[in-house]
Design a protein around this ligand. Structure first.
Ligand SMILES: Nc1nc2c(ncn2[C@@H]2O[C@H](COP(=O)(O)OP(=O)(O)OP(=O)(O)O)[C@@H](O)[C@H]2O)c(=O)[nH]1
Ligand SMILES: [Mg+2]
Length: 375
């Protein structure tokens, strides 16, 4: 690893001392991919991660921010420290989203035990840029016991949240459509806990039944197992079986899903109704993750994904940042346009060039992207 610049070293010091401005500046460094950010992360994240990471996703306006705020309050009442990341909120977490809840939100915002950060996705396909995951890591390393992340999910974009969170809470509302839509959107695959929010609105109980039915169908269970009553069924929460080994998880699949009974809870986020039960379910899921070895598995997968992300980012940076390759690309494109070459042979030539030792040598001494002096 390269050394840290003097400036970033000072920042690291503040970060490690638990100074909030240190965290805020560290997040900006990472978000902007400013010089030396990867080196900074290397030092800042060198400890093991302990935070409980909870992702809250769902359609726009479902009440995700309200729920995250209510959960944060509940956690703060228990003396827990909470970091919150709101990704690309259509209504900013600190502003419009919580207009009806301003006073309590302000309380949260001035509470030193909670740190809230909104960030843009910058058009990343997954809706959750790799920098977002790095920001979550920073919050974890900073020492928050809980890190909550809110992402707006429409369609497939929220699937990425499974890469960032240990527990995924999917929020639906009566007006967001039926359970079939949720199934189509892949929400059944990613939800560890379903929440039907705005339970004060008509149609909530129906949606709960539909989601439960869909879950049962998915699990291939008999219809007679559908609970006769609606709402929170706390009996279902404790039924995680730990004896089946976690399967290795296919592409994007969540491991050992069949061992966890996905609860369907009901909340009214802006009054706090049902939030206690939601927190209980999150803790229950946490216990399941730990007891079944799934947490370890997810962390292993997460570390692997992270390395891949960073390698890809670094390779892209070096390759497309190389004037030499840019030159070959420009010339090659002319050949393609003239009908003398194809993108495939040009790409192959470029890859061979990249893998040649001369390319590596030419990269040395260009100082890398962070322009830092080795310590
Ligand atoms: N009636 C009712 N309104 C709610 C409930 N929860 C949230 N709201 C309101 O719904 C609106 C949207 O809530 P948010 O918490 O901003 O929803 P969100 O999912 O974070 O929205 P985006 O981040 O913009 O996608 C706000 O006006 C909330 O006050 C609820 O349980 N019942
Ligand atoms: Mg929001």
């Amino acid at each position: 690893m390269r050394g840290l610049s003097l400036e970033n070293r000072a920042l690291l010091e503040r970060f490690r001392l638990g100074k909030r401005v240190g965290l805020a500046r560290a997040i900006s460094l990472v978000e902007n991919q400013a010089p030396g950010f990867e080196t900074f992360l290397h030092y800042a994240l060198s400890q093991r991660s302990f935070a409980r990471r909870v992702g809250v996703t769902g359609p726009p306006g479902a009440g995700k921010s309200s729920l995250v705020a209510a959960l944060s309050r509940a956690l703060r009442e228990q003396g827990e420290e909470v970091g919150v990341v709101a990704v690309d909120p259509s209504s900013p977490f600190s502003g419009g989203a919580l207009l009806g809840d301003r006073i309590r939100m302000n309380e949260l915002a001035t509470d030193p035990g909670i740190f809230i950060r909104s960030m843009a996705t910058r058009g990343s396909v997954g809706g959750l840029a790799s920098t977002t995951r790095e920001v979550l890591d920073l919050m974890d390393a900073f020492g928050f016991a809980w890190v909550l992340v809110e992402t707006v999910g429409v369609g497939q974009t929220e699937l990425e949240i499974t890469k960032a969170a240990d527990t995924v809470v999917v929020v639906l509302v009566p007006e967001s459509g039926d359970a079939i839509q949720a199934m189509k959107a892949g929400l059944m695959e990613i939800a560890d806990i379903f929440v039907v929010n705005k339970a004060d609105r008509p149609g909530a109980d129906r949606l709960i039944r539909d989601v439960q039915l869909a879950l049962h169908l998915k699990e291939g269970e008999a219809l007679r197992d559908v609970p006769a009553h609606h709402g929170v069924d706390l009996r279902r929460l404790g039924k995680a079986k730990a004896h089946e080994p976690a399967d290795e998880g296919g592409e994007g699949g969540r491991e050992a899903r069949r061992d966890w009974k996905v609860p369907v809870l009901k909340t009214v986020a802006n009054t706090g109704e049902g939030v206690r039960e939601l927190l209980a379910a999150i803790l229950e899921h946490r216990r399941y993750l730990e007891d079944s070895g799934t947490l370890e598995e997810r962390r292993r997968k997460r570390a692997q994904d992270r390395v891949r992300d960073v390698v890809e980012r670094e390779v892209r940076r070096r390759v497309w940042g190389s004037p030499q390759l840019q030159r070959i690309l420009r010339q090659g494109v002319e050949e393609i346009l003239a009908g003398r070459d194809t993108p495939y042979s040009l790409a192959e030539a470029l890859v061979e060039r990249i893998l040649a030792p001369e390319f590596r040598d030419s990269q040395e001494g260009d100082g890398g992207h962070d322009g830092e002096q080795p310590a």
